[in-house]
Design a protein around this ligand. Structure first.
Ligand code: ADP
Ligand code: MG
Length: 238
């Protein structure tokens, strides 16, 4: 079981506090969406789960494990970014398998995992291509495929669709929902898009200036926001 919990997590950059004591439990298999204004600390929270930022105080658990001091590679998480940063000189298959190759996995195992991820993402026909020969949506699929191949317990998505045009965003949103159903892993997903939040989330967390303003099921927040700030983010006319 690999839910994620934040226990009184504080983050300061130098003297500046940006996360002010976040307590949050995300259940195993839950799709949790973080929303909130630019600069409220969404990426910092994800990066602390991934181990790309240290926590100033408090703890982060994945399942029963306290991962607070662990290296990124020891945490069992994979992160998908807004900019997908594929290696231009590698094929799709090589991009997807690169993480496993670096950690010394056998070629046959890498190939079978890449093939399985390619099937989920409908990339089977594109495995020999280089990134420049892909559309934006296809590139983002490869970035997601790279995460799947690593077999993480927890997926972290930081505004993964915000560089795509509206039509592709809808298509990829459906793909990500299907991925969650098929894999059943715990996912934490940052977005500015209310429709993405409402349709993908089991739980929405509304953040404001480094604190949780409200967390709950999408419809509960929509129908019964605690305040106008939350209402503004979830789109209810309260
Ligand atoms: P969001 O993803 O919600 O837009 P971030 O988590 O990126 O917000 O940033 C939260 C706050 O932390 C912002 O004020 C930002 O300027 C600050 N911040 C983020 N990363 C750093 C850093 N490496 N050094 C200093 N300040 C940072
Ligand atoms: Mg961010």
């Amino acid at each position: 079981m690999s839910g994620v919990s934040f226990e009184n997590v504080v983050k300061k950059f130098g003297e500046v506090g940006v996360i002010h004591g976040v307590d949050l439990t995300i259940e195993h298999g839950e799709f949790c969406v973080f929303v909130g204004p630019s600069g409220c600390g969404k990426s910092t929270l994800l990066r602390m789960v991934a181990g790309l930022e240290t926590t100033t105080s408090g703890a982060i658990r994945i399942g029963q494990r306290d991962v607070t001091g662990l290296d990124p590679s020891e945490r069992g998480v994979a992160m998908v970014f807004q900019t997908y940063a594929l290696y231009p000189h590698m094929t799709v298959a090589e991009n997807m398998g690169f993480g496993l190759k670096m950690t010394g996995h056998p070629k046959a195992e890498i190939e079978s995992k890449v093939a399985a991820a390619a099937k989920i993402l409908k990339l089977e026909q594109l495995l020999a291509r280089k990134p420049k020969a892909l559309s934006g949506g296809q590139r983002q699929r490869v970035a997601i495929g790279r995460a799947i191949v690593r077999g993480p317990e927890v997926f972290l998505f930081d505004e993964p669709l915000s560089n795509l045009d509206a039509e592709l965003r809808v298509e990829m949103r459906v793909e990500i929902a299907r991925l969650h159903r098929e894999i059943g892993a715990t996912m934490i997903y940052v977005t500015h898009d209310q429709v993405e939040a409402m349709t993908l989330a089991d739980k929405i967390v509304v953040l404001r200036a480094g604190r949780i303003e409200q967390a709950g099921k999408p419809l509960d927040l929509y129908n019964d926001p605690d305040n106008r700030f939350v209402a503004g983010f979830i789109g209810s006319p309260a």
